[in-house]
Write a protein that binds this ligand. Sequence first.
Ligand code: URA
Length: 434
Amino acid sequence: MTAYEIIARKRDGKHLSEEEIEFFISQYMENNIRDYQMAAFLMAVYFRGMSEEEIFALTRAYLESGEVIDLSSIPGVKVDKHSTGGVGDKVSIVLAPLAASLGVKVPMISGRGLGHTGGTLDKLESIPGFQVFGTLEQFKRQVAEIGVAMLGQTDTVVPADRQIYALRDVTATVESIPLITASIMSKKIAEGIDALVLDVKFGNGAFMQEVAKAEELAHQLIKVGNAFGKKVTAYLTSMEQPLGNKVGNWLEIAECLDCLHGGGPEDLLEVILTLTGEMVFLAGQAARLEEARQMCREALQDGRAFRKFLEMVEYQGGDVKSVQEPEHYPVARYLETVVAEKSGVVTGFDTRQVGLAAVELGAGRLRKEDDVDPQAGIVLFKKIGDRVEKGEALCELHTNKPDSLPNATMRLLQAIRIGSDTPQPSPLILKRIQ
Ligand code: URA
């Protein structure tokens, strides 16, 4: 068996055996297969796809490249949530402490911003002092003691994905269902969870823009999760416009605090209640989904979720005062209002452009080595269906890089579409899949 033969077989659309896939990944991790060979293999998979058995074998090979966390000594059902990524998607930051406040154990390993989408780790790090890196022992201890931990991927958890993901990012091979499935599910299975809720985004701000593709991905993720003995439920949710009204690291934490105090924008709250309700239900803390959702609503309103959030912030070294008194958090030096050039109704968003504008303002990375600016981002005043008058504020840009303002303004004027017909918005939550 050689790397060349395996690449050629996939190029020609042949079925790869479990041994061939295991060989390819393990030899790559030992540096016997080079990046250029892996890149050719990834492109062959991108075009030829993979069967269910091949995807399962790829996920297993990824998993075997590193450590699987054993949380079996911790009592309770361990449930996590994973989103395929979006703009303004800050759901995890409310959901994790909310689920934990209702008795679910939440061992969450999150990622950084990718492309036009934001990352949970970058958002959490905008809380002064908040540590997102620790050892697996610390991670386990925190889940055992307070029921929730939100950390970054360590070097020992699925190292094959870390390396291959970086290669996919620069070889245009991210948007492949087999590759996304192995990447996501290996990391989630390695966390030691019992069950998983997936938020599979569709729409122009998602990686899988078409509903049919998002649905195919959801089914594939569920099949692999089930094959590894995990209970998995997926929701297809809309990324036709940013979620909530704020995009950017601290701005999104501030919006999460509104939710944790029982408020927050309606669309964001709806996704939080749906996904957290599902976690509570999968953990067996409620007999019915509707009951689980009501429990979530109450825990947001009576302060239990916020108290759990404070406990987590304190445990991970964050400045508790900053989230208790967010009004004292410093605001970016440059604020600019973008105003409508005509009157009408907001008919739609180019959500990817909103994400890219936020990156440009400093909220994300233009190069891998860049730091993100916690204060940078966008506050939206209008969403789909809202009436707007010429000269009225559409959004406010926050930045410490004044040079970025003209371009970001232009992107937003193009991204927020104003027309005359009130649009028929696509459903925020399209489907529950099991
Ligand atoms: N998120 C991941 O973790 N992996 C992918 O391949 C895509 C999104």
